[in-house]
Design a protein around this ligand. Structure first.
Ligand code: FES
Length: 242
């Protein structure tokens, strides 16, 4: 668990919102609703649009670009929205507002429900790495040895061949796993290029070592492999990437 200072109560208008930097390294949208405060991702999950430029009525947040909407209390999508908002637990201490985050792997879609001991062993394999804006994580046809978990920042995927590449068309949320070819025996090479759109922090985990941990706990391994097949179906079927 980490607690990060976001802003003071006075910084957020009554029934209004404000984009803040949590401890200077994570952009967060903070919204007031009566006596309560809520915090969520600052950028729309649809495209690269700042949510602070949208509309907020004290309960529902609307992105001005394509009118996706969310319940600010839960981040649940409303109406046209096709994806939820990532929300943060908020703590108010006197005049200060903080967000409290669980560890990155704990919230990772791939690892939810995995036994605590197994999760701890995979956590122990993870190496935290910082990449600058524009930094390349891997190129098409690179060996797929490691997979990554996004801790903060944004990563773009390019697919195609040589200089004829194009964006794969999706963005990741905190805790999302990518580069998962490293967990597949049949996919030894990268099929996309991954580049950081802004300064990003990632956990790098060796695929073969993680598989060994999962083989020792077949129940957890089954959970991860089921989720992995869903991820592949979701991302590869429409446009191909990762
Ligand atoms: S960019 Fe926000 S709804 Fe499309």
């Amino acid at each position: 668990m980490t607690r990060k200072f976001v802003c003071n109560r006075a910084d957020v208008p009554a029934n209004g919102m404000r984009e803040c930097d949590a401890d200077g390294d994570l952009k967060v949208l903070v919204a007031n609703a009566g006596n309560e405060y809520f915090a969520c991702q600052a950028v729309c999950p649809h495209q690269d649009v700042a949510l602070c430029e949208g509309l907020y009525d004290g309960a529902v947040l609307t992105c001005h670009q394509h009118l996706w909407q969310w319940d600010i209390r839960t981040g649940a999508p409303i109406g046209l929205a096709e994806a939820p908002l990532e929300c943060y637990k908020v703590e108010v201490d006197n005049d200060s507002i903080f967000i409290v985050s669980p560890g990155t792997l704990d919230v990772g879609e791939l690892f939810t429900g995995v036994a605590e001991k197994t999760l701890a062993e995979i956590n122990a394999l993870a190496k935290r790495e910082e990449f600058p804006q524009g930094g390349t994580l891997y190129n098409i046809s690179d060996p797929a040895d490691d997979f990554f978990v996004l801790e903060s920042g944004r990563v773009e995927f390019l697919i195609g061949r040589d200089d004829r590449t194009s964006p794969a068309g999706f963005m990741l949320r905190k805790g999302e796993v990518f580069g998962w070819a490293a967990l597949l025996d049949s996919q030894p090479l990268r099929i996309a290029k991954a580049t950081c759109l802004e300064r990003s922090t990632l956990l790098r985990i060796n695929g073969k070592q993680a598989l060994k941990v999962l083989e020792a706990d077949p129940a957890s391994g089954y959970i991860v492999m089921r989720r992995l097949s869903s991820l592949i179906a979701r991302y590869l079927a429409p446009s191909g990437a990762k």
